[in-house]
Design a binder for this molecule. Structure first.
Ligand code: ATP
Ligand code: MG
Length: 375
């Protein structure tokens, strides 16, 4: 997969000008507030139809009422024109000038692995960030999982809607929700556990052997429900019926408590996962540099696991996360960057060695939303 060029129109502060990229490394430098992150966001958007910061309409340049990204992308062996526009609530995706109704048909064929500065908070801040991270990775791993997440969300909102009015509560109606809810819960927990087991092995390998860190990195599931394991072996199959049964009995056990509090107190929406280094949580144990290093290992692991599963080489987008890393870690991480197309932004000048600096790479200076090619 390669993004050959992009031409944004009214996308945040980016200039309306076609930018041509290298199929290898693309390095974007520039002062703060010039548009480096905006460019990486535009690239992420065109490959995921999802925005990193805020809603889709937050991407519209202040004062404008629509945005458009026109791009040239190779996927499925062929070069395509991909054009996305948003105006008010209207969204339009054109592939080779024809409208696409099912966005999944397109998303099946493209893939981006993104590492933005806010991802550094995932390991240390609130559980919802970790749930969002693992759920999106599960969707990238298996796109139909998106439907399971939507159904779960809708069902739990309906269940909570009933719980909020205990005086009018019909227990039979609640029974009708608990059964599908436990089915979706099982699917979500199984997907998370399976992906975490694959990511855990790969992250540890990259963290210790690749970057040269000394601690063993492990990812574990932390469920709000007894009986859901912390981890499984990669490839281990899980009986969906067992898991659904565990969730169903938990929903029943907690029914009185849930009616009192007006919300569903356990389930995948309350579950969490953690990364530990030598058994100690990253959150309370690791230095700032080690958190960055651990996150790099996790994102690179995500790259390898996803490219193997999907049979697509993802485009890698790394936005300004190299600072605070010492020179040894920085150069080892640069060496670990996978083959394929990479976009890397930084306020710092271009590294002097490595594939970012080689003759196949392209270098840009971003100023006031306009990226200029530099030598
Ligand atoms: N919808 C929008 N319309 C117009 N300008 C916007 C919009 N959203 C963000 N901006 C502006 O875009 C500018 C560039 O933001 P961006 O985050 O890309 O900078 P950056 O080069 O990554 O800076 P840093 O090095 O600090 O991360 C900011 O000044 C911001 O205010
Ligand atoms: Mg930025």
């Amino acid at each position: 997969m390669i993004i050959h060029s992009i031409n944004p129109l009214n996308f945040r502060n980016l200039a309306h000008k076609r930018l041509e990229f290298s199929p290898g490394c693309n390095f974007i430098t520039g002062f703060n507030g010039q548009g480096k992150t905006n460019l990486l966001e535009a690239l992420f958007f065109i490959l995921s139809l999802k925005t990193k910061r805020g809603s889709v309409s937050d991407n519209i340049r202040k004062g404008a009422d629509s945005f458009e990204i026109d791009s040239s992308v190779t996927f499925g062996q062929l070069k395509h024109r991909v054009n996305f526009s948003a105006e008010g609530r209207k969204r339009k995706l054109l592939i080779d000038d024809s409208p696409i109704k099912r966005r999944r048909e397109y998303l099946e064929q493209v893939l981006a692995v993104d590492f933005f500065p806010e991802d550094l908070l995932i390991l240390i801040m609130e559980p919802s960030l970790r749930r969002d991270f693992i759920d999106y990775a599960c969707v990238q791993y298996f796109l139909p999982h998106e439907d399971t997440l939507k159904r779960f969300k809708r069902t739990i909102e309906q269940r909570n809607g009933l719980l909020r009015f205990p005086d009018r509560l019909d227990q039979n109606l609640l029974d009708n929700f608990d059964s599908p809810l436990s089915e979706y819960s099982a699917l979500i927990a199984i997907a998370r556990l399976q992906l975490l087991s694959e990511l855990s092995e790969k992250t540890d390998e990259i963290f210790r052997e690749g970057i040269g860190e000394k601690y063993k990195a492990e990812l574990n599931y932390v469920s709000s429900v007894d009986g859901i394991p912390q981890s499984i072996r990669p490839g281990e199959s899980i009986d969906h019926t067992d898991f659904a049964g565990i969730y169903l009995s938990e929903f029943r056990k907690r029914r009185k408590q849930d009616i009192e509090s007006g919300r569903t107190s356990a389930g995948p929406h309350r579950d969490d996962w953690s990364m530990t280094l030598n058994g100690k949580p990253v959150r309370s144990y690791a230095s700032r540099g080690e958190v960055r290093s651990a996150m790099f290992a996790l994102h690179l692991a995500r790259f390898h696991v996803l490219s193997e599963k999907r049979g697509i080489k993802p485009v890698v987008l790394i936005d300004d996360v190299m600072s605070e890393l010492d020179s040894q870690r920085r150069s080892r991480i640069l060496e670990l960057l996978p083959e394929g197309q990479i976009f890397l932004s930084s306020c710092d000048p271009l590294p002097e060695t490595g594939k970012i600096a080689d003759e196949n790479s392209a270098h840009f200076l971003m100023e006031k939303g306009l990226a200029r090619g530099i030598d």
